[in-house]
Design a protein around this ligand. Structure first.
Ligand SMILES: [Zn+2]
Length: 69
């Protein structure tokens, strides 16, 4: 099933498929936001976690302004 999730960290709209093709051989896979690396979901699946960004987030990551006054 294809799910759409909005990343709570950066606001990007992400789409991923959490269905499993094969029975057995499943592992817990982390579906991470490609924009910021936030773990959107942990799914028990045999697929490789592939997350697609549909819409880029509007929230900015203030990586460079840390310590700025
Ligand atoms: Zn994100």
């Amino acid at each position: 099933m294809v799910r759409r999730e909005k990343c709570p960290s950066c606001g990007a709209l992400c789409e991923y498929d959490d269905r499993s093709v094969w029975e057995g051989n499943r592992e817990r896979e982390e579906f991470k936001c490609p924009e910021c690396g936030y773990v959107l979901d942990v799914v028990f699946t045999d697929q490789l976690p592939h997350v697609r960004v549909i819409e880029k987030g509007t929230k900015k990551q203030n990586k460079e302004s840390v310590g700025n006054e």
